[in-house]
Design a protein around this ligand. Structure first.
Ligand code: MTE
Length: 337
């Protein structure tokens, strides 16, 4: 089932983004040849080898992804009055410590990641555990485009058009047992292709692990993404499968997932284990709870530079309070940061 999250802020990104950035020449040409108004494009299937975003570098999508693009529901969720971050920034300013700790390292090094074949294990407290080839795992779900804010705990942010499907739909299919209270996600561990996992300076106890409470994972905003900017995920952004939970700091959105376990106890997660006074399990975006070393009241929206820092106020729950605040009623968000 496709979910439309009705929000007063919904609008078309074509209203807020220069058309040259938003639509590829090919998509515009195709539409005008067919006599379709550009504003009607959201329902249009776009050729797989080019993205509908003019600035998105073409990828080499696997067949299953290309097949799915035709039935994609474009702009199922959008943000208002905030331009989409240029593809170049979203793919060259990354955190993916498996490929290095500098922002440019993932783009430079993630080419070594082999994403085909790929399999995903679902196990733990579920009636239907299994190991799936990625194409089988994704098969039951139609792709939706979700244009979400991404807010990193380091106080920078972007607006990204993801392509993915609802995590809740996956969970319904595998049937969590009555003991399941949390999800534990795990990234691939492969030091051969991931130089950061070979580094003797790495503080992280690999693999990278993240988690959500089951009710958070069931929230309609939580998705598993397989693409962005109308194309498959670039490796540096977490190909071939990553979590996106837009009301939480970016470190919750674990990349290159190979295992999802339903568990009874709150899982030990990577950043919380490394520095529990700095990074909590919840990691909800919250302008009133500062990081011990910097304020969270404001953020730098990329692209940002010395002469146009592009600083804006941080929004509670990253602007998704209407959809998620009820998950935390009665919880002290200062203690459960
Ligand atoms: N997932 C893994 N496996 N390894 C990582 O280092 N970094 C996290 C998150 N997911 C990370 C990860 C952090 S800190 C952020 S802010 C986001 O990915 C960044 O996503 P992006 O590079 O696509 O913007």
């Amino acid at each position: 089932m496709l979910i439309k999250i009705a929000r007063p802020s919904d609008c078309n990104p074509s209203d807020i983004t220069p058309e040259s950035l938003y639509l590829s020449r090919r998509a515009v040409l195709g539409a005008s040849l067919a006599g379709i108004a550009v504003g009607a494009l959201p329902g249009l299937a776009v050729a797989a080898e080019t993205s509908r975003y003019a600035d998105a570098a073409p990828g080499a999508a696997p067949g299953w992804f290309t097949d799915k693009l035709g039935a994609t529901r474009w702009q199922a969720v959008t943000v208002k009055d905030e331009p989409i971050t240029p593809f170049k920034d979203a793919t060259h300013y990354n955190n993916f410590y498996e490929f290095g700790t500098d922002k440019g390292d993932p783009a430079a090094n993630a080419g070594s990641l082999k994403t085909e074949p790929w399999s995903v294990v679902i196990d733990g407290e579920v009636a239907k555990p299994g190991r799936y080839a990625l194409e089988d795992f994704v098969k039951p779900y139609a792709l939706e485009e979700r244009i979400y804010r991404l807010r990193c705990v380091e106080a920078w942010s972007m607006v990204i058009p993801w392509l993915g499907f609802s995590l809740a739909e996956v969970l319904k299919r595998v049937e969590p047992t009555s003991k399941a209270r949390y999800l534990r996600f795990e990234t691939l561990q492969d030091p051969k292709s991931m130089p950061g996992q070979r580094s003797s300076f790495a503080l992280i106890d690999w693999p990278y692990v993240e988690g959500l409470r089951l009710d958070e994972a069931m929230n309609p905003l939580a998705i598993l993404a397989v693409g962005m900017y109308g194309r498959e995920l670039p490796n540096q952004n977490g190909a071939p499968l990553r979590l996106v939970a837009p009301w939480k700091y970016g470190f919750k959105s674990i990349k290159s997932i190979v295992r999802i376990s339903l568990v009874a106890e709150q899982p030990q997660t990577t950043w919380e284990s490394l520095a529990p006074t700095e990074y909590g399990f919840y990691a909800n975006v919250n302008p009133t709870v500062d990081h011990p070393r910097w304020t969270q009241a404001r953020e730098r929206r990329l692209p940002s530079g010395l002469f146009s820092p592009n600083v804006r106020d941080t929004l509670m729950f990253n602007g998704y309070g209407d959809e998620v605040a009820s998950l935390y009623s009665g919880l002290d968000l200062r203690k459960n940061y």
